[in-house]
Design a protein around this ligand. Structure first.
Ligand SMILES: [Zn+2]
Length: 275
């Protein structure tokens, strides 16, 4: 799943790899996917994209935008995988969209569980997309303690910390994935109620959010997610499906996995007490 570290990293990789390439062929989906989302009829993508040149890229929230000339843009979100293949690499058999460039390289888009591949001219009016585009990124200096305090203030007192940070797109691109290490590093349980968080802990949370997300981004995304070249990111997750069997790196106790608010949460009950 694309979250802030991955969308930024894939956008940088795409910028270094795809700029000025020209799209010569567009191959539609090899198999229908019930939860692959498109803008209008994906058959139109052939017309929109053929002959276009890649101009720039942008990663924000859980989206990656590839801007072409003629005001055409390709946007992917959350569950969509975008993978580059050099001319010498075998191109994938299964994809939801495949773009071929003038130098015989490719970009293949695949959707695992669900995801969007949106190609459009001009503005994409999806509210989540616009929310992401127009919000302040936690990687930005203007996402400061005051900004964070306001996010806290604008929620009810009974809300849990996971719900506050990683739902409703209050912080676009901060999803259930990156949340786990942010909470571990600040010793906060995902189900902790906002009303039980002291000012000191809130400051710790803010600090952890900034430091953890910056580290994940600088290291090329998390080791649970793949980049533009099909490689896992360089950031070693502390709490994820990769580390569930390991003891807590702080205290050595067993890490717990629970389903909570539409996604698995991982935590150390000793280091991240509920109260
Ligand atoms: Zn622990």
């Amino acid at each position: 799943m694309l979250e802030i570290p991955e969308s930024i990293n894939i956008s940088i990789q795409a910028n270094n790899t795809l700029i000025s390439k020209k799209i010569v062929k567009v191959h539609p989906a090899t198999s229908q996917h019930k939860f692959a989302f498109y803008c209008g009829d994906p058959k139109e993508y052939l017309k929109l994209l053929t002959g276009r040149q890649i101009k720039s890229t942008k990663g924000h929230g859980m989206f990656v935008d590839i801007y072409c000339d003629e005001n055409i843009c390709i946007t992917i979100g959350e569950g969509t995988n975008m993978r580059y293949y050099s001319p010498s690499e075998q191109r994938p058999e299964k994809h939801q969209l495949l773009i071929e460039f003038n130098d015989s390289s490719y970009v293949a888009y695949t959707v695992a569980m669900y995801g969007g591949i949106w190609v459009y001219k001009g503005v994409f009016d999806n509210p989540y997309y616009q929310g992401s585009l127009n919000s302040i990124s936690p990687l930005d200096d203007t996402f400061n303690e005051l900004y964070f305090d306001n996010i806290f203030k604008n929620t009810t007192k009974d809300i849990s910390i996971k719900a506050l940070l990683a739902t409703e797109q209050r912080i676009p691109g901060l999803g259930n994935g990156v949340l786990q290490d942010i909470l571990f590093n600040s010793c906060v349980h995902p189900k902790r109620k906002k009303s039980t968080i002291t000012d000191f802990q809130k400051a710790e949370l803010f600090h952890s959010l900034k430091v953890t997300l910056n580290k994940m981004t600088e290291m090329g995304g998390r080791d649970t997610e793949k980049d533009l070249f099909g490689q896992f990111g360089g950031y070693k997750t502390i709490l994820s499906k990769n580390t569930l069997k390991n003891p807590c790196p702080n205290c050595g106790n067993v890490i717990v996995k629970e389903a909570y608010l539409g996604g698995a949460v991982y935590f150390c009950p000793t280091c991240q007490p509920l109260k």
